[in-house]
Design a protein around this ligand. Structure first.
Ligand code: AMP
Length: 283
């Protein structure tokens, strides 16, 4: 697997693939790769000729410096894992390579960015959309792979692809979980051993939401209230938001019908975890 650090080198590699008619699969990441990331890489390996993974801890999508500073950085290990999952290239640029000092353009997907993560982390999705747009221009993938774990991000990227006419197919793959149900995340490494048990409450609350809906509950507020009760079983857990939304608009829904998305963001001590599930509610 080739490690590429410079934009000029990336452009040359991409041009070579295009000239030879190879399809390009792209998996953008911030590194500290786990099975969630690897599932995206493996899928790209099966579906495209040249698989490129980017590893860039995008400074402009962090609204707290401490979060940026504590984000795990393990390039050598990531390179081994990406190669093992079938990546052909790893693009790992420096921050100034992506944002030279006079950089001043940004991309904002307005309505979809307002709520949930966007509200709790001001500027986050502007940072995400901007870097993903840049990476799409550089890599020119045929298919880009994202995780359902970051549901709002995936929805925003889909909207950006449409609004800005990127000629890219988007694949959103299921959330990979640890044995107890906790969604895999690079930030899980930051959980202390005493935070491990309360971190499982997110999955427990989501499962309970699914169960209530399956048993016929159709009032969003009732389901959300029950989820809150479950999270509050631990004094270590603090809810940022719990909501049931329309997966297209990300607006809250009270009368549950058709496809809905259940969203959760919870602080476990100093670590903020997000998770979600999709449910189909028959009418
Ligand atoms: P990140 O490195 O956290 O920015 O994530 C890079 C990509 O991997 C994003 O598309 C995420 O949604 C996806 N991803 C992260 N965690 C998981 C997971 N547990 N299962 C599936 N995909 C994931």
């Amino acid at each position: 697997m080739r490690i590429i650090k410079r934009i000029a080198e990336l452009r040359q590699a991409v041009r070579g693939m295009k000239r030879r008619g190879r399809s390009i699969g792209f998996v953008p990441t911030m590194g500290a790769l786990h099975e969630g990331h690897l599932s995206l890489i493996r899928k790209a390996r099966r579906e495209t000729d040249w698989v490129i993974v980017s590893l860039f801890i995008n400074p402009i999508q962090f609204n707290r410096r401490s979060d940026f500073r504590s984000y795990p950085r393990v390039l050598a290990q990531d390179a081994r894992k990406a190669a093992g999952a079938g990546a052909d290239a790893l693009f790992a640029p420096s921050a100034v390579e992506i944002y030279p000092p006079d950089f001043q353009t940004s991309v904002e997907v307005e309505r979809l960015s307002r709520r949930w993560e966007g509200r709790s982390r001001p500027g986050h999705f502007r940072g995400v959309a901007t870097v993903v747009a840049k990476l799409f221009h550089l890599v020119q993938p045929d298919i880009a792979y994202f995780g359902q774990k970051d549901a709002q991000q995936a929805r925003i990227v889909r909207q950006m692809i449409r609004d800005l006419n990127f000629d890219i197919r988007l694949r959103i793959l299921p959330t990979i979980r640890e044995l107890g149900g906790l969604a895999m995340s690079s930030r899980n490494q930051l959980l202390s051993s005493s935070a491990r048990r309360p971190s499982r409450l997110l999955f427990e609350a989501l499962q309970e939401a699914r169960r209530l809906i399956q048993w016929g509950e159709r009032r969003g507020s009732v389901v959300v209230r029950r989820m809150r009760q479950i999270i509050h079983k631990s004094s270590k857990a603090r809810i940022d938001y719990a909501a049931i939304v329309n997966p297209k608009t990300l607006e809250p829904v009270e009368k549950l019908q058709g496809k809905v998305q259940v969203l959760l963001a919870v602080w476990i001590g100093p670590v903020r975890l997000i998770d979600n599930i999709q449910c189909y509610v028959p009418s």
